[in-house]
Design a protein around this ligand. Structure first.
Ligand code: SAH
Ligand code: SF4
Ligand code: F3S
Length: 455
């Protein structure tokens, strides 16, 4: 008897690269005739797009994979797949292979385009595990089911060559490859034609975009600044964002480009990791605290009102209290608008995991609490300066907690909530006066006419 498999659910962990990959996976599944299922419970196929940047990300994915055993008992025709960064790690892959016999399909970050063929084999009864250690050429033209119509992620580079000593990403995402400017601009153009107004350019290190691309008539390969000017000229796009920047590779030409392109938003996510030069050196980050702060000041000089957010890690091997205090000092000096804070998690196979002097858990916890307190109080102070200001906000939709409240983001990427006085659709640009700034969110009222925009 032929079994009808009709609906699919893609469950995503990890960063924006995975979110974008999930759109491709759902796009492929849709081209094979599957509809998107609202939950895993009713799906005929579930694919987990996994992350292994920290141990807790792995644990969450394993927990979710474990729960599908119960679903499979209820529906033996259910197909369970796992892909993404965890699949690239042979130890984790083997764990799934050996301990989770109900998982039918494992594929990696480099062979997503092979999904139709892999699924065919699964449907004919085979358990399929296919992961490529190395990527092939950049594959263009794959279908995508986009999560939103007003905003979109656009890959500009894949992989990473930096090998920061704590990080697993270069091992699971392979060497850095840039898409051509023509391909990126064509994708942004098509998105604009279909109503998209905001694009976020994605790469592990967007500032190294273009390395290895064929030279232009000028004799040099294009760089990230060149790309910004090109994307800025695409009609219909209102806002351009990008993530992630690497402070070492953020050239002055790029700061100037970001400042001169009217659509490039005044927000820079600049991962600091640590404020101690000794730790930064052990991490192989390639900059000092002073150089980092110089970049922050330069951005704020060229682009007044720019917001700067960051990633900070505590408990890197050998980090002393003095190193940690240097990080705290940087938070005070850089006055970040927001920061993601992480406890260092040893990743098997990385250089740092083998370093002596791993920091004890209780010390790591003590440091992260102190760091979070400081980050919150600085972010609160920075946001407080916005009281009374009017900002351009892009509507995202009704707030999750209260549907009479709309939420959206400023160009500086701050979340704003305001009571809807008029109907708006996602992607609309409105003016909001900030009445009540809090640490993570700004509360305001819509300004119908007049009112000077400060940024
Ligand atoms: N390519 C980006 C981000 C990569 S991962 C960059 O270079 O910044 C996102 C963040 O996770 C990193 O900025 C870092 O702060 C954190 N991270 C990476 N590896 C980690 C690890 N082993 N333990 C804890 N945090 C980690
Ligand atoms: Fe990891 Fe460093 Fe590459 Fe970012 S730049 S993905 S932290 S190796
Ligand atoms: Fe995680 Fe892979 Fe992104 S390890 S952070 S999903 S590139």
């Amino acid at each position: 008897m032929e079994v009808k498999r009709r609906s699919a659910r893609v469950v995503t962990f990890g960063c924006q690269m995975n979110e974008r990959d999930s759109e491709t996976i759902m796009g492929i599944l849709s081209s094979l005739g599957f509809e998107e299922s609202p939950s895993v419970d009713d799906a005929d196929i579930i694919i987990f797009v996994t992350c292994c940047v920290r141990e807790n990300a792995e644990n969450r994915a394993f927990g979710n994979l474990g729960e599908t055993k119960r679903l499979k008992e209820r529906n033996p025709h259910l197909v369970v797949g796992m892909c993404g960064c965890m699949a690239q790690r042979s130890d984790l892959r083997e764990k799934v292979q050996a301990r989770m016999p109900w998982v039918d399909l494992v594929f990696g970050t480099h062979n997503i385009h092979r999904l139709p063929e892999l699924l065919q084999r699964v449907f004919s009864g085979e358990r399929v595990i296919e992961v490529w250690d190395e990527p092939c050429e950049v594959v263009e033209g794959l279908p995508a089911m986009r999560a939103y119509s007003h905003k979109a992620f656009v890959n500009i580079t894949y992989g990473c060559d930096n090998f920061c000593t704590y990080c697993i990403v270069p091992y699971v995402r392979g060497r850095e490859r840039s898409r051509t400017m023509e391909d990126v601009v064509a994708e942004v153009g098509n998105l604009a034609k279909s109503g998209c107004v905001e694009v976020t350019l994605l790469g592990q290190n967007v500032n190294s975009y273009g390395r290895g691309l064929p030279p232009r008539p000028s004799g040099v390969s294009p760089d990230f600044a060149d790309l910004l000017y090109e994307v800025n000229s695409v009609e219909g796009i209102e806002r351009i964002r990008f993530t992630t920047s690497h402070p070492r590779d953020f050239t002055d030409k790029m700061v100037v480009a970001a400042g001169s392109c009217d659509k490039v938003c005044e927000h820079f996510h600049l991962p600091l990791q640590s404020g101690s030069d000794r730790v930064l050196d052990m991490m192989h980050r390639g900059y000092t605290a002073e150089k980092y702060l110089g970049l922050v000041h330069r951005i704020r000089d060229v682009i007044p009102g720019a917001s700067i957010t960051t990633d900070i890690m505590v408990g890197f091997p050998g980090e002393t209290e003095a190193d940690f205090q240097a990080t705290m000092d940087m938070v005070r000096q850089a006055r970040f608008d927001a920061a993601f804070t992480f406890i260092y998690s040893p990743r098997p196979g990385t250089v740092a995991a083998e370093m002596p002097n791993q920091v004890k858990d209780d010390v790591k916890h003590d440091r992260i609490y102190r760091l979070i307190d400081l980050v919150n109080s600085t972010a609160g102070e920075v946001n407080d300066e916005l009281r009374g200001a009017i900002r351009e906000v892009m509507v995202e939709g009704p707030s999750e907690r209260d549907t009479s409240v709309l939420s959206g983001r400023t160009r500086t990427n701050k979340m704003v909530h305001w009571t809807a006085s008029k109907e708006h659709k996602p992607g609309d640009l409105v003016r909001v006066r900030i009445l009540e700034p809090r640490t993570w969110t700004l509360y305001g009222e819509e300004v119908m006419s007049g009112g000077e925009l400060d940024v």
